[in-house]
Every structure is written in C-alpha cells, then in structure tokens.
Design a protein around this ligand. Structure first.
Ligand code: BGC
Length: 264
C-alpha cells in the first residue's frame, strides 16, 4: 500500500549487508548524508524477522535526530540479493529463507511506512553514477562492490540496468566471489599482493566480457584502494567509489525518493 507523504527534505537509507546493517539520513538536494551513520551487526541467522527487527531499530534511532525526515517519509532499503518487483530471488550471503520472500512487504509491515527495496550494489552504483566517480561518464560503467560477497551495478549512460550478478561469474571453476571478495581475502589471510592476483584475474575477465569505460570499486575496502589498485594491470580505468561505503545508503534513499516522487 502506498501512502500520501508530507513534504520532506531528507530520506532514510538502510544498507543491508551480509555482515552489517547501516543506516543514514540523506539530504535530497545534494545526496549528502547528514550526521553519522548508524550500524548494527547483521543478526545470525539472518532470518527475515531478525533482520526486520534490526532495520526497525536503526530507523527508530535515526528518527530521534535533529535532521530526521518527516514521520511518514518512505525509507529506501538495499538488500544483498536479486530483487525483482520487491521480491528476493536469491540469497548468497543471507539466510536462505529470504528466497522468494516479499522483502518490500516484510519491511513495510515492520516499519509501518512505505519502503522501496533494491539490490545493494545497484543502489551503490546509482549513487556513484549520480554523485560520485561515475558522474557524467558516457557508455558502460561497472560498479563492483567488494565486501562479504561481490556485488555489481551495470550503468549505461547514467542509467542502471538492474540485477547484474557479476559476483557469481564462474572463473577457473569457482564462483568468483568465493575467491575475490573482501571476506575471501580475510578468510584466506591474503596479503594485498596476493589478493591483487585474484582481483586481476577477476577484473580482466569482466573487462573482456563487457569492455566498460570505467570500473568503480565500492564496499568497505574501497578506502584501502591504494593497497591493491596500483597492482592491477587493466585497459580500463579503475577508481575507488567516491562515496566509499556510504554509497548504498545514499543510492537506496535516492531511489525511494524518486519512486515515491518526493525528489527535490
Ligand atoms: C549477491 C548480490 C549482492 C552482493 C553484494 C552477492 O552474493 O548475489 O545480489 O549484491 O553479494 O552484497
């Protein structure tokens, strides 16, 4: 059910990952996050009810702040799975009971507000294309997030082609994210040099398949990009996300604003 919304200058964005759930207040006029983000560990097991409870706790905290949006403003939520018409169609790094769950309804019911749910990497990609490293870039931009898994956003001429799952390309017999995600680096105790070898194999394959104009690296380790980006040899320019790990929060909030027509 979609409600009528009063005027608001900001929207809450919540970014659900396999490891943490983060939220922030996003100012609509320039996509800036106002104030600190608020983070709670992803509950284990990450069942729908457990995750919804954490999302509610984050929204409740953000709503106590000075720059909180209107009480009835919609909330943008990103989810680490294929999201088709508000329904999850995969669950690589969250509890398998999410598969075929109506994510939109689960969070909408818990929050008592309109919500707009989208894939986490797609949200990060949209934010980067609009306000970050991809701003104004023509042609294909691939935003690849390196976190618990590998997420991807396929942007062409500033428009998102949703639900590209390039973290699950099979390379050398392995699901790519099982070898090249940030969590695989930690799990296997890799030095940056060793990790860069895996990233090189991954990115050269994606480059061969799509010949993008630009790669943008998102996720928590985008802030450590100096440790591995200089080691990669690619034809394509590759840069860290400008919004770093807040891109998902910003993209999710902006998409909710567009969807519910409350953009500035
Ligand atoms: C999921 C994607 C998600 C990515 C990053 C992958 O395992 O399949 O949907 O975007 O992890 O969270």
């Amino acid at each position: 059910m979609s409600r009528k919304h009063s005027h608001t200058d900001s929207v809450i964005g919540i970014d659900i990952g396999g490891t943490g759930i983060k939220g922030g207040i996003v100012r609509l006029k320039d996509g800036e996050m106002v104030g600190e983000r608020y983070r709670i560990d992803t509950p284990q097991p990450s069942t729908p009810q457990a995750v919804a409870t954490v999302v509610k706790a984050i929204v409740d905290e953000l709503m106590t702040r000075e720059h909180a949006p209107a009480d009835d403003a919609p909330v943008g939520i990103t989810f680490p799975a294929i999201i088709s018409h508000g329904v999850a169609r995969s669950a690589a790094n969250v509890d398998k009971s999410w598969i075929d769950a109506d994510v939109d309804k689960i969070f909408g019911d818990e929050l008592g507000r309109d919500v707009q749910v989208m894939n986490d990497a797609d949200a990060a990609g949209l934010a980067e294309a609009r306000y970050g490293a991809g701003e104004g870039v023509k042609g294909t931009v691939l935003v690849i997030t390196l976190g618990t898994g590998i997420g991807s956003a396929f942007i062409h001429d500033g428009r998102l082609i949703p639900n590209a799952e390039l973290g699950h390309l099979e390379i050398d017999g392995f699901d790519a994210e099982s070898k090249a995600s940030a969590s695989a680096r930690e799990r296997d105790n890799l030095s940056w040099d060793e990790y860069a070898v895996r990233l090189q194999r991954y990115f050269e394959h994606v480059e061969f398949l799509f010949s993008p104009e630009l790669f943008i690296i998102g996720g928590g380790i985008s802030k450590r990009s100096q440790d591995y980006l200089p080691l990669l040899k690619l034809r394509t320019k590759i840069v860290p996300a400008q919004l770093q790990n807040n891109a998902g929060i910003v993209g999710g909030a902006l998409q909710a604003a567009v969807h519910f027509k409350i953009t500035k």
